[in-house]
Ligand binder design. Structure first.
Ligand code: HEC
Length: 105
């Protein structure tokens, strides 16, 4: 399964769907740990206490309404007093790929 997912990412750039598939979940996880972990539970094993009631990424990923599109729209603006990080399109793709990779874990 992991291999298939990687294969999809590897093949994605040539396809019309590249916009939604070109994120790298490994990079996305690093970004999430740097930028999002102060409020969200990023991995299923927390390194320490997480503050202010933001939903864990796991449960966001498991919501049936969550999709690459809903996440992209949401991430276009800062939220929850999060600093304006000026997330680039590529960084948003990586974060989205990471969050969606948690689905069903
Ligand atoms: C300063 C705290 C803070 C930071 C930093 C933060 N968030 Fe959030 N986030 C929140 C809060 C609070 C909510 C719930 C309320 C809301 O939607 O504004 C939330 C909600 C969300 C949601 C759920 C949207 C939905 O559909 O309900 C997503 C996705 C999300 N954050 C992603 C991220 C990502 C990705 C990062 C890092 C780039 C990040 N957040 C950084 C506080 C934060």
């Amino acid at each position: 399964m992991r291999f298939l997912v990687r294969l999809c990412f590897a093949l994605a750039p040539g396809l019309a769907t590249a916009q939604t598939l070109s994120g790298d979940p490994v990079v996305g996880r690093q970004l999430a740990e740097r930028w999002c972990a102060s409020c969200h539970l990023v991995s299923s094993r927390p390194a320490g206490p997480v503050g202010d009631g933001a939903e864990p990424f796991q449960s966001i990923a498991d919501r049936p309404t969550t999709s690459a599109l809903s996440l992209r729209v949401f991430l276009q603006k800062p939220h929850g007093q999060m600093p304006d990080l000026q997330i680039t399109h590529q960084e948003a793709n990586d974060l989205i790929a990471y969050i969606l990779s948690l689905r069903g874990r």
